[in-house]
Ligand binder design. Structure first.
Ligand code: HEM
Length: 343
């Protein structure tokens, strides 16, 4: 898996050397390409094929879905009529396009597997589902694939965009990450799986970035029984939103919460906090299944990019970013973060 991240992260270096439109799309394209290789077993090359607008379309879809569901959630209507009339058709046609994409990926892989069977660790996630027809009915395989595609792409892509921006805002922290990467891996040595556990400071930086700017700012639950919290009862049947973004800025758990301080994630500091005050990947039985995959992917990219580029940003505090929290969080417009090649 690590080798796929590396190969695709090397293409990313070329992307960053040239002009690009929007940084969220750049990292979204990287995550989508790794997803296709690892989960589907098919290269998609979105990083180089800029005519393919899938990442931008995913963002538009999210906007439409959020407009509909937020109002539905607030007023209990099944859908917001105004939003539905203005963008309902676009939303449905984008959803349909994604369903078709996921079905065609499944059909493609099913055919390939018949012609060139693969076994064991060579199986992609999709191959594994296809080859276990006893567990996965064909009709649910492409739906599962689509859920993973949606859950994996924006989240990791936005997390990377925020991490680099925070590194650009904090040159002293950037220097420490650079030094760790050069000491533990070197400038040109290909990154391998065994290097990753050594990047302890880099990992703290990523965790802290995901605290301060969580790519998924909230999680939702439907209560199937009454829940008592302190002196409040939340009734059965209610929809509840847990606002991760606010929890991560609560000074009771995170002193000076707006400060970017990776040492909050030193083992001894983690031990001082209740575990559920860090909800980037949610918690409990329905937490994020892709957490380790995401952390591995992000570590590879941060290490590979930082040894080739200096990063800068004009922001002096996270308050200066105009954030837009829908299903995932990003900035309203372009984010200010720049990459200049190291000599
Ligand atoms: C930085 C990157 C990521 C973040 C911040 C993130 C965060 C989350 C959060 C907050 C949830 C909601 C869980 C809940 O409702 O309690 C979730 C669900 C999920 N995530 Fe992630 N995720 C990330 C990357 C990934 C990746 C890379 C994958 C796939 C490889 C993935 C797959 C999933 C799936 C399938 C679910 C649904 C789980 C379920 O409902 O049972 N995520 N993620």
């Amino acid at each position: 898996m690590c080798i796929t991240f590396i190969v695709i992260a090397n293409v990313l270096l070329d992307v960053l050397r040239n002009d690009y439109e929007d940084l969220f799309s750049v990292f979204g394209r990287y995550t989508f390409d790794t997803f296709c290789d690892i989960f589907v077993g098919k290269s998609c090359n979105l990083q180089t094929d800029l005519s393919n607008r899938l990442i931008e379309e995913l963002d538009a879809l999210q906007k439409y879905m959020a407009e509909n569901s937020v109002v539905a959630f607030m007023f209990g209507f099944p859908l917001d009529l105004k939003a539905l009339l203005t963008n309902g058709w676009s939303m449905l046609s984008l959803l349909n396009k994604l369903r078709k994409l996921s079905s065609s990926m499944t059909a493609f892989r099913r055919k390939e597997l018949q012609e060139y069977p693969v076994v064991g660790s060579q199986l992609s996630f999709l191959d594994a589902m296809i080859s276990r027809g006893d567990l996965f009915h064909p009709s649910i395989i492409s739906k599962e694939l689509l859920i993973f595609l949606l859950a994996a792409t924006d989240t990791t892509g936005n997390g990377l965009t925020f991490t680099f921006t925070l590194l650009g805002m904090h040159p002293e922290i950037q220097k420490k990450v650079y030094e760790e990467v050069i000491t533990e891996i070197g400038r040109d040595t290909p990154i391998e799986t065994h290097h990753l556990p050594k990047l302890k400071y880099t990992e703290r930086v990523i965790s802290e970035s995901l605290r301060l700017l969580p790519p998924v700012p909230l999680v939702a639950r439907y209560l199937n029984k009454d829940i008592q919290i302190g002196d409040k009862t939340f009734p059965k049947g209610a929809n509840v939103i847990l606002y991760t973004h606010a929890l991560h800025r609560n000074s009771k758990y995170w002193p000076n919460p707006e400060k970017f301080d990776p040492d909050r994630f030193l083992p001894e500091e983690i031990a001082k906090r209740p575990p559920y005050c860090y909800m980037t990947f949610s918690g409990g039985p329905r937490n994020c299944i892709g957490k380790l995959y995401a952390m591995m992917s992000m570590k590879v990219v941060v290490a590979n990019v930082i040894r080739h580029f200096r990063i800068s940003s004009k922001y002096r505090s996270v308050d200066e970013m105009e954030l837009r929290g829908l299903i995932t969080m990003r900035t309203k417009g372009d984010i200010d973060c720049h990459f200049s090649p190291r000599n």
